[in-house]
Design a protein around this ligand. Structure first.
Ligand SMILES: *Cc1c(COP(=O)(O)O)cnc(C)c1O
Length: 234
């Protein structure tokens, strides 16, 4: 892939998210470039574009790419995470976006304490109730958040959501709005140990809508790198 193309697409996403956010009175969200399935040589040019935040969703893939990426990028873990794999990535990721159950939070806490770390995490919400995508139901969010807040090895920094794939923009807008409202409500609870500052929502198909509803981070893959080929394993 040509670097100029990647650069142009990244500039476009930055411009469009900043504009949509500004129109709604929000600051521009941070872009997380989702680099899953792409080899290191496709990722490294991002450094020249001032794009050090990248998102990966598979533990195995992160471990394989670490020698090329570590120390250069801030790696966000955005995908479903099995508790037994936490130990492989605990020292290498800057933020885990996808914590949606107490058992996973407890394992992150355990591994973090072992390494003398406090790991920043987001609690993943399921706005449309799609269990296969992970995430806690909005009505259970506060209970889980209060449990997570007590674990010394993790620091809850906000919420994350994966929206359904749909053509129904009104429904989608409503889900983003509800997620923002939930974020603000939980933030205003002022739960000790919780810093509700980040709202990670919006992907290639819906980042403008997300930015217009106060996303602070958008996770963008195919709008930057084109379609993914899952057959080609890195
Ligand atoms: C793959 C992935 C993305 C990026 O998806 P695109 O539609 O390619 O932008 C964002 N978030 C999560 C959790 C993902 O797994």
């Amino acid at each position: 892939m040509e670097e100029d193309l990647l650069r142009n697409r990244l500039m476009q996403v930055r411009r469009e998210t900043a504009e949509a956010a500004a129109q709604a009175g929000y600051p521009a969200p941070k872009i997380i470039a989702v680099t899953k399935t792409h080899p290191a040589e496709m990722i490294l040019p991002l450094l020249d574009m001032d794009q050090a935040d990248i998102g990966e969703n598979r533990v195995q893939e992160i471990v394989e790419k670490l020698p090329a990426l570590e120390g250069k990028f801030r790696i966000h873990l955005i995908g479903r995470l099995q508790s037994n794999k936490v130990k492989y990535i605990i020292e290498h990721v800057c933020l885990i976006h996808s914590v949606d159950r107490l058992s996973l939070a407890e394992e992150i806490d355990r591994q973090a304490q072992k390494h003398d770390l406090v790991i920043p995490v987001l609690m993943q919400i399921s706005p449309a109730g799609e269990p296969q995508k992970g995430g806690v139901a909005p009505e259970e969010a506060e209970t889980l958040l209060r449990q997570m807040a007590k674990l010394p090895g993790i620091k809850v920094r906000g919420l994350m959501a994966v929206m359904p794939k749909t053509e129904d923009e009104a429904w989608l807008s409503g889900l983003f709005a509800q997620t923002r409202t939930l974020f603000e409500r939980l933030r205003d609870e002022g739960i000790p140990g919780v810093e509700m500052e980040e709202l990670s929502m919006g992907m290639s198909g819906d980042y403008q809508i997300a930015a217009g509803h106060g996303a602070t981070m958008v996770r963008i893959g195919s709008a930057l790198f084109g379609p993914r080929d899952y057959g080609l394993k890195v």
